[in-house]
Write a protein that binds this ligand. Structure first.
Ligand SMILES: Cc1cc2nc3c(=O)[nH]c(=O)nc-3n(C[C@H](O)[C@H](O)[C@H](O)COP(=O)(O)OP(=O)(O)OC[C@H]3O[C@@H](n4cnc5c(N)ncnc54)[C@H](O)[C@@H]3O)c2cc1C
Length: 290
């Protein structure tokens, strides 16, 4: 197997153009498992860890642009205040060792329905930036991931970064696993309140072939908040509305039964997570004053 180790982004793109079958490797926390178990024998591997451009993040035209090689540990430490939902999700990934190596770029590359980095991206309408020697394109994350372990990346392309707005309101992330750490999610729920636009982003993970936005639940709760003037008054959301929000989220789930949980359990659990996380996020919003 050929092994390439580019020192910069242009070189990485040129290698990918010349060897479209070459597999990129970032933290290697998914890739090495595949190689070690012989699930994959790519003709070549491109190690991206020396590409400085992939490790950068910063503001860009009203959003944050975060390089595909920024690790979970750095998201927690450097971006926790700007992206609380993604930081919460990052804290649930693996162990400190996995968070030190693993990247959101790798999570997007693997495109697992259980990827913890993904629901916060969905809930905030993130876009994935991909590039080849021919140019760059930006794709909404909801379109980028097309199925379990499938995405829109072409053979000559690499993921360069993702764009996500800085939080303007409370965000939440909740995960159910069979134990507290080092666990693939049974199901998860990510929530983002966007008070400036009076919008709510809600995403179910590990309960369908891809993460899914709970659009009907979003519309329902946006209506409750808007019609009741709750964004302005910061009054409580009543229990019946929280329950109906949870039920609408349940409707968005299309889970399977597997070793980690039954489909019925997952549907029930995402409803509970949705109700709870909305309650927590709204309490935080109410406490925000102003
Ligand atoms: C013990 C253990 C625990 C784990 N726990 C969790 C968990 O709790 N939650 C969770 O979501 N995941 C978990 N994972 C899976 C893994 O850590 C994550 O999916 C992580 O985000 C992968 O990032 P990486 O940088 O290591 O990717 P890599 O393994 O380097 O790559 C993953 C995939 O993305 C592709 N890729 C990487 N970078 C790019 C790029 N720039 N452009 C195009 N394609 C690219 C690779 O070719 C590969 O297909 C765990 C893994 C292990 C081994």
């Amino acid at each position: 197997m050929d092994f390439f180790r580019p020192d910069n982004w242009q070189e990485a793109l040129e290698i990918k153009a010349a060897y479209p079958g070459a597999r990129p490797i970032s933290g290697g926390t998914d890739m090495m498992v595949e190689l070690n178990f012989d699930h994959d024998r790519p003709e070549a591997v491109v190690d991206l860890t020396r590409v400085p451009e992939l490790r950068e993040w910063g503001p860009e035209i009203g959003r944050l642009r975060i390089g595909a090689g920024v690790t979970y540990t750095r998201i927690i430490e450097e971006l926790g205040d700007r992206l609380p939902g993604l930081a919460m999700a990052s804290r649930t990934v693996g162990s400190p060792q996995i968070r030190n190596r693993g990247t959101v770029g790798g999570n997007l590359g693997t495109a697992s329905p259980a990827g913890d980095g993904l629901p916060p991206l969905y809930a905030s309408d993130a876009e994935v930036e991909v590039a080849s020697t021919g140019g760059t394109r930006s794709i909404p994350v909801t379109e980028f991931i097309t199925g379990p372990k499938r995405n829109l990346l072409r053979p000559d392309e690499l993921i360069s970064a993702f764009y996500i707005p800085q939080a303007t309101g409370p965000q939440q992330y909740a995960k159910i696993g069979t134990r507290n750490a080092m666990v693939i999610a049974v199901c998860v729920f990510g929530l983002a309140l966007h008070p400036e636009e009076k919008r709510v982003g809600a995403c179910v993970g590990s309960a369908a072939p891809t993460p899914v936005r709970a659009r009907d639940a979003e519309t329902f709760i946006e209506g409750v908040l808007q019609e009741g003037g709750l964004w302005e008054s910061r009054a409580r959301i009543d229990d019946a509305a929280l329950r109906r929000f949870g039920e609408a989220v349940e409707m968005a789930a299309r889970p399977i039964t597997d070793v980690r949980g039954t489909a019925a359990y997952r549907v029930h659990a995402v409803g509970v997570l949705a109700r709870r996380t909305l309650g927590w996020a709204w309490e935080e919003y109410r406490g925000g004053g102003g």
